[in-house]
Design a binder for this molecule. Structure first.
Ligand code: XIL
Length: 362
């Protein structure tokens, strides 16, 4: 028989050992056991590689288009819609048995010049209506959810009294542009779950505190006026150099849940810009940060979706975005799979976080 102390030590180690065995399961299955939906952002370029496509099919239950559904892709010229790339992704999702989270309809970033001009010319409402009817209408009945409005509150932009930043949409359509966009989308696709999606809500900084408060006010107001809003997207592009506001963030999630919204982590990755160059050391740090964030966010039972912004470092947006660029010029490693599609420590961290998460009601 084991001495008592050795027995207790072995017992304490047991969950970890079991979790290690659990890592052999797909992230989809580990999540599904808790009634959480796991998936990734995917682009046409990603799935042009059969190995990447296989990886997506193996790990994911849901996917979201990286660029293919955005305004600039779907309506590059007024009234001339281009659905080829998004159609291909939707077909891939259907063939692989994945559901679709769509991203996005209304965002201040990446708008073609014609749209900015139309907004300035006071034609914003008509342009919005037409776009949403066409794009959300095309995928009607085939999507689980839509990020209808992306990033409407950003403390770095000048804001109106309600904290809504003065983006081209706010200026061109009016203070009710979120309500309008939600109503248009509900009309075009009555079965999709409609969401607002935003980033940087987890940090301990006065302007982020304002952002959390701004959202609670905005959402309360929208729901009071009967807006078809069902969920909130937490982008979670985690920046480890910023301190996380653990208690306020928990409270924020809890209050969103209290409004009856489901919560979805929509763009998870870990920014490794300031981490040491050594790949092993960096991967260990990225994994630790990922686990810490996931344990925190998954502790809120209203969080029912976890989507990473890509599966492999080879397709991370940080290769193109200045926020990902390292001083030493090394490639970023913010995702669960490496350049050769081999699992990294972050993949184990996600598996463990899912394994230890509480089961959601079915
Ligand atoms: C990024 C895409 O990954 C890039 O390919 C594109 O050039 C710019 O947008 N927040 C969002 C996403 O909501 O749409 C962004 O995606 C990443 C930040």
């Amino acid at each position: 028989m084991l001495p008592r102390r050795a027995f207790l030590t072995a017992l304490a180690g047991l969950p970890v050992a079991v979790a290690k065995v659990a890592r052999a399961n797909s992230l989809r299955d580990l999540a599904r056991a808790k009634n959480i939906t796991f998936g990734s952002e995917v682009t046409c370029a990603d799935i042009a590689d059969q190995n990447y496509a296989n990886l997506v099919a193996r790990e994911c239950a849901i996917m979201t288009p990286g660029i293919e559904a955005k305004w600039g892709s779907t309506e590059p010229a007024e009234g001339r819609f281009r659905f080829g790339p998004m159609d291909d992704l939707a077909q891939f999702a259907a063939d692989a048995g994945l559901c679709l989270h769509m991203h996005n309809l209304i965002w201040a970033v990446g708008l073609p010049n014609w749209t900015l001009a139309a907004l300035q010319a006071g034609r914003g409402r008509a342009v919005m209506q037409n776009h949403i009817a066409a794009v959300a209408g095309r995928y009607r009945g085939r999507v689980r959810s839509w990020d209808v409005v992306n990033e409407p509150i950003d403390p770095r932009w000048p804001a109106d009294r309600n904290g809504l930043c003065t983006t081209p949409w706010r200026l061109g359509v009016g203070a009710d542009f979120i309500m309008d966009a939600l109503a248009d989308t509900a009309l075009a696709d009555p079965t999709a779950r409609l969401m607002i999606n935003d980033d940087d809500l987890e940090y301990d900084m006065p302007d982020r505190d304002k952002k959390r408060t701004g959202y609670l006010r905005l959402i309360e107001d929208l729901l009071r006026r009967g807006a078809p809003l069902h969920g909130f997207g937490l982008e979670a592009h985690v920046k480890p150099w910023l301190p996380i506001a653990e208690k306020p963030y928990r409270r924020f999630l809890h209050e969103l849940a209290g409004f009856g919204l489901k919560l979805h982590v929509t763009e998870f990755d870990v920014n490794d810009r300031l981490m040491p160059g050594n790949a092993d050391a960096r991967d260990a740090l990225v994994a630790a940060v990922a686990r810490h964030y996931l344990d925190l966010v998954l502790d809120e039972p209203a969080v029912v979706t976890l989507i990473t912004w890509g599966l492999s470092d080879r397709s991370t947006w940080m290769l193109r975005d200045p926020t990902g660029h390292r001083a030493d010029g090394l490639a970023p490693r913010p995702l669960p799979y490496d350049l050769d599609l081999q699992p990294k420590k972050m993949r184990a961290a996600i598996a463990d976080a899912l394994y230890f998460a509480r089961e959601r009601p079915a």
